[in-house]
Design a binder for this molecule. Structure first.
Ligand code: ADP
Ligand code: MG
Length: 252
């Protein structure tokens, strides 16, 4: 088992509110970790710390043994962590294919963005980015929509597009914040299959999700948060039976 990501003693405060308090966990290559907890327990804040949106007050994050704590989001993406957002962050003015190509940008020369927006001509890189984009769109079932406007997608399809865009960064760790929001159960099941395929390729996955059926069938391990603290960690079976977790969900 190779450890890819190591999160150690992370504390993040917003003014007087401690959103994360001394949280530690690790993630092995090709494994899927579920991050669960009631609303406001710190799940999105953890993804924001891991992806460099926020620097933690205390603690460290290492990727393949190298510290990434405090690095800027684009540096962290290039280092190998890619994510989707709880609130969709797609470019409405771009086509579906172009949105995925933007995700590829961190692996290309700086001229690629110019290519996408039509004021540069790095043909070879553009062709490569288009091909990569098509591969990942195909992966989430949207390849035939490559040249369509992003606005033509349903909400659920936009979630899948965000996953394709994150994958286009060729991450070692893929982080998904509530990917099932707006998906039908059928679409969620398809997404679970896609995530399993991602993990089978050796990519590690962190997924935040309220849909417990989705989490329980998908992940290898679960970290449960409540009021910013880690209250449990274990297999889905262990977490389902954990009294602190049950109390956190029922009793707050
Ligand atoms: P979750 O994703 O588990 O629902 P969050 O990580 O979004 O929870 O939020 C954890 C806590 O931190 C909440 O109390 C939330 O209000 C607070 N919080 C999150 N982001 C900010 C911010 N940028 N400024 C102030 N408080 C924040
Ligand atoms: Mg959240």
């Amino acid at each position: 088992m190779t450890m890819v990501l190591d999160v150690s003693g992370v504390t993040k405060r917003f003014g007087g509110l401690t959103a994360l308090s001394d949280v530690s966990f690790s993630l092995d290559r090709g494994k899927i970790l579920g991050l669960v907890g009631p609303n406001g327990s710190g799940k999105s804040t953890m993804l924001n710390v891991l992806s460099g949106v926020y620097a933690p007050e205390l603690g460290s994050v290492t990727l393949n043994g190298a510290a990434i704590t405090g690095m800027a989001p684009n540096q962290i993406t290039r280092a190998g962590l890619a994510r989707t957002f709880q609130n969709l962050q797609l470019f409405g003015g771009l086509t579906i294919g172009q949105n995925v190509m933007v995700g590829r940008n961190c692996r290309m020369s700086s001229s690629l963005l110019g290519t996408i927006f039509g004021f540069s001509s790095a043909r070879r890189e553009e062709d490569e980015a288009r091909e990569t984009a098509r591969t990942y769109l195909d992966f989430v079932g949207l390849a035939d929509r490559f040249d369509d406007e992003t606005s033509s997608l349903s909400y659920g399809e936009r979630r899948l597009l965000e996953v394709a865009r994150a994958l286009a960064a060729s991450p070692e760790v893929l982080m998904l914040d509530e990917p099932c929001a707006g998906l039908s159960q059928g679409e969620a099941d398809d997404l679970a299959d896609s995530i399993r395929q991602v993990a089978a390729q050796g990519i590690s996955v962190i997924v935040i999700e309220h849909n417990m059926r989705f989490i329980m069938q998908l992940v290898d391990r679960i970290v449960a948060l409540n009021f910013g603290q880690k209250i449990a960690e274990g297999t889905p079976q262990e977490i389902r039976a954990n009294e602190d977790v049950i109390a956190a969900y029922l009793g707050r």
